[in-house]
Each structure stands twice: as structure tokens, then as C-alpha cells.
Design a protein around this ligand. Sequence first.
Ligand SMILES: *Cc1c(COP(=O)(O)O)cnc(C)c1O
Length: 398
Amino acid sequence: MALRFPIYLDNHATTPVDPRVLEAMLPYFTEKFGNPASRQHQFGWEAESAVELARKQIAELINANPREIIFTSGATESINLALKGIALAYAEKGKHIITTQIEHKATLDTCKRLEKIGFKIDYLPVDKYGVVDPDEIKKRITSETILVSVMFANNEIGTIEPIEEIGKICSEMNVLFHTDAAQALGKVPIDVQKLNIDLMSVSAHKLYGPKGIGALFIKRKTPKIKIVPIIDGGGHENGLRSGTLNVPGIVGFGKACEIAKLEMKNEAERTKYLRDKLQNGIMNKLEDVYLNGHPTQRLPNNLNLSFYGVESEAILMGMKEVALSTGSACSSASVEKSHVLKAIGLNDDLISSAIRFGIGRFNTEEEIDYVINRIVEVVNHLRSISPKYKLKKEITKL
Ligand SMILES: *Cc1c(COP(=O)(O)O)cnc(C)c1O
């Protein structure tokens, strides 16, 4: 098949909507437009049953009960609701929260906000692979600790955190455990019961669903988890998230989870094959390329490499027909250096030469072959005109 350009290899930023997801959503924009809160007529009932089916599809993917799923506008909102909601509800018990240095900005910025109103946050360091030490979490837990929040898988380097161990520690020490699973959902198996997860934030657009819809899983347990809502009015979603439900989005999210449940195993194998081919193809043909993240404990579709001696921006400019992301912050306006790459101990040179590849459901082997050749070509060219790289080569020869 002929290649189509541009090639999309930025599937950690977002994924295209699967055509099957779109097809499931379409009727809910047109004839099935009802408001699920309209309890008196067919239009409302139809919308409500679609929402309840989606809740079930999402719950089944993570081994939860549908009643434990609260719809939000995405993982950012879910994280805000979890962290602020727990903080406000448990402030009497204590004001201490534990998280890591490599969380998504949605978590870090929410934590900063909480610090301003008197909460104490511990941002735990990670090792050179981006893994947080569960024992360190255990040591930091005090009688004041109300929440531990550790991401399931990192969005830049793909590292998968020791969620089961952390869940076990939190459950034994009676501290609530939240995980940001935006990148993990649909990519790796998640069993919220086995992993002792109390709260989990997820987003549809990272697993071939639409943008603007997400969910917060809240475990039903005794004593009941208390959360103070951040959006009031109308009392939708058990009073935790008011506002008319985004029915087409919810239907699409449900369908995306149904597909993931059926296809995740094969898809993970396929993306891992393509990822490994990309990694080996590049590393066999280029010197001074370093893998960022854990060599094995990482998402099957993630590859993050530093190309010593060249600026990642220059690489991307040299191959505009491929959509990739650099190691600098993905946060919209800012161009600050990646806090994740900093936290794993990379020096500035390696941070500014990092590129993130995110392989997805719709990438083909031909695309991967093309990208290997282009990266090699562009990096070789940039290095050939880089005095710094030449100097380094000469020094190492001495
Ligand atoms: C994308 C992402 C988010 C934010 O999700 P939105 O639904 O876009 O708000 C949060 N955390 C991680 C790890 C992500 O990858």
C-alpha cells in the first residue's frame, strides 16, 4: 500500500477515533439526541440506556462495577476531581499527599494549587528508568497522609509504575490510592480490584475514542470514599459531577473500551513489534542514541530516544512529513524542558535531543520502515554539520 503523509506517530498526545467508535456515536448526534436526565419520555430513556451501556463497557475493561464510574470531560478533570475532591473531604484527617515528580501536569499543577491552600505534597523522585520506589512511599506515609497519587504509565517515557505494590501498601496502611491511567487504559491490562486502586482517572481520546470525555473510577468500599465535587448544579453522576452528560462522547468512550477489551492483547503485541523494529532499526544504524525509560517495564507502543549532538526540534523540522513530539513539555504554550526527562537524570543535551514516538492502532510496518530511514538520514545530516558533535567524536577517538 502506498504511504500516506503525514505519518502520525504521536499517539501519546491523542489517538484518531476508530471508525467503529464514530459509527456508534453518530446516531447520538442526530435522531437519538435525548438528555439522559429526561426521565419522562422515550428520548431520555434511550439516551440513558446508551450511557448505562457505556458505563458497563468501561467498567468491564478495568474489572469495576458500572456504579463506580463517574463521567467527566477527560483525565485532567478526573484528576482535579480526585485530588481536590479528596483533599477537601479529608482535610480534617490530614493535609498530606504523596505523588511523584514525573506525573502529568494535570496532577502536578493540581498539587501546586493544593499547596497554596495549605496542603503538604511530597513529590517523590524516580530512578533512572522513571520508576518510583514503593518502599519510599511506605516510609513517607504518616497519620496525616490522605492520598497517594502515582501514574500508571508515563506519557513521555512509557514507564509502567509498580502499581500493584503501591496499591497493597496503601490498602494496608489505610491511605487512599489514586492513579492516572490515561496512557495505560487499553494498552495494558488493568484490574482495579487486584491492584487495590481506589480512584483512577482515564480519558477516551487516548484509546481511539473522542476528545472531551473521560471518567473517574471511584471504588465502592466501606467506609465510603468521600469526595467534594468541583462542579455543582443538578446533581448528575451521584452529585459528584453536575452537568448534562456528553452522550455521544460517552457512547464513543464505551465502544472504545469494548474494542480495547477484545483487541488489546493482539494490538499490544503488534505495536510492540513495530516499536521494537523502530528502536532496533534506529539504534543499529546510528551511534550515540539512548533509550529513555525502562527497557522492559514500559508501554508496548512507547519509544523515547535521545539523539546525542542534535536538537530534537531540528530533527522534526527536517522531517515534517512525520508527526512526532520532542522531549520538551507537551503543555500547550510553554517550551520548558521536560520535567520527566529531568527527573530521570538526563543532562540538558540529552533532554533537548529527545524524541517521543507513539505507535498506534493504525500505523503500518511500511510507515515504520520509512521513519527509520528518514530519522537516520536526518540525524546523520544534522550531525555532519554540527561542530559540537564532530568535536565530541574527535575527543572520544583520542
Ligand atoms: C493525556 C493525559 C492526561 C490528560 O487527559 P485529557 O483527557 O486530555 O485531559 C493526563 N494524564 C496523562 C498521563 C495523559 O497522558
